[in-house]
Design a protein around this ligand. Structure first.
Ligand code: MN
Length: 236
């Protein structure tokens, strides 16, 4: 893919994540630069639903803008820079505050795969506690490289992590996969909270989660094209 194709997909990802209720006025999605793995692409600091190609900025892995041209970056770009630095397998990152995931970051109830669409939640979903890295009086934001490093350490090798009292981060090997994970993590959280009201939950076991995840991986384009169509419909 050329850089322009990647930028087009990143703009589309911003619009999809807004349309599907994963981001609102806040939240962001990035992609590693296609030819410079030590750089990544991320919008300037605006609502994802409003992002256009000219808003996409390039950053190094310290979170410095390469050519800002007066555009203001997101405060929390260090989530992206520090994850890209330590996770060579990660090509795209979503950070969001979608409502259904928040309760799982502030209680002892673990977020677990309730259906075959969210096998990537198998294992222990990490939960970032900013007090461990930033003390008891932060503004909850990953606004420094040091907090980004601490977050990336909590994420470890996982596909998805919660942030206590704040939101979540999904990572993936492509824009399509990270959008899929962010959408289905939110859906899983909503369904799990509903199921808890009904009784004990029979979650996918690790083998089922891995199998379902592999099966869905072959079909990443299908939901992407559907969500893209919905964006076009909603813009009419
Ligand atoms: Mn945030």
């Amino acid at each position: 893919m050329t850089e322009n194709d990647i930028i087009d997909d990143l703009v589309t990802a911003n619009h999809i994540l807004y349309n599907e209720g994963v981001v609102d006025g806040f939240g962001h999605v990035s992609v590693r630069h296609p030819t410079r793995p030590d750089r990544f692409l991320l919008s300037r600091s605006i609502a994802p639903g409003n992002v256009k190609a000219e808003d996409i900025m390039e950053f190094d892995l310290d979170g410095n803008a390469i050519d800002a041209r007066g555009r203001k970056p997101y405060l929390e770009r260090f989530i992206h820079s520090e994850v890209f630095r330590v996770r060579a397998d990660v090509q795209a990152v979503v950070h969001n505050h979608s409502p259904a995931v928040i309760p799982f970051g502030v209680t002892n109830t673990k977020l677990r795969p309730i259906s075959h669409m969210s096998g990537f939640l198998a294992g222990n979903v990490p939960n970032f506690e900013i007090r461990d890295a930033g003390g008891p009086a932060t503004d909850m934001l990953i606004r420094t490289p040091q907090l980004g490093v601490a977050f990336a350490r909590t994420l470890g090798s996982a596909a998805f992590a919660l942030m206590r009292g704040h939101g979540a981060v999904a990572v993936g090997d492509s824009i399509r996969q990270v959008v899929y994970r962010a959408v289905y993590a939110e859906q899983n959280a909503r369904l799990q909270a509903q199921a808890l009201h009904l009784g004990d939950i029979n979650f996918l076991n690790d083998a089922e989660a891995a199998g379902a995840d592999a099966a869905n991986y072959a079909n990443m384009d299908r939901p992407w094209e559907l969500w893209k169509m919905r964006v076009r419909q909603s813009l009419r």
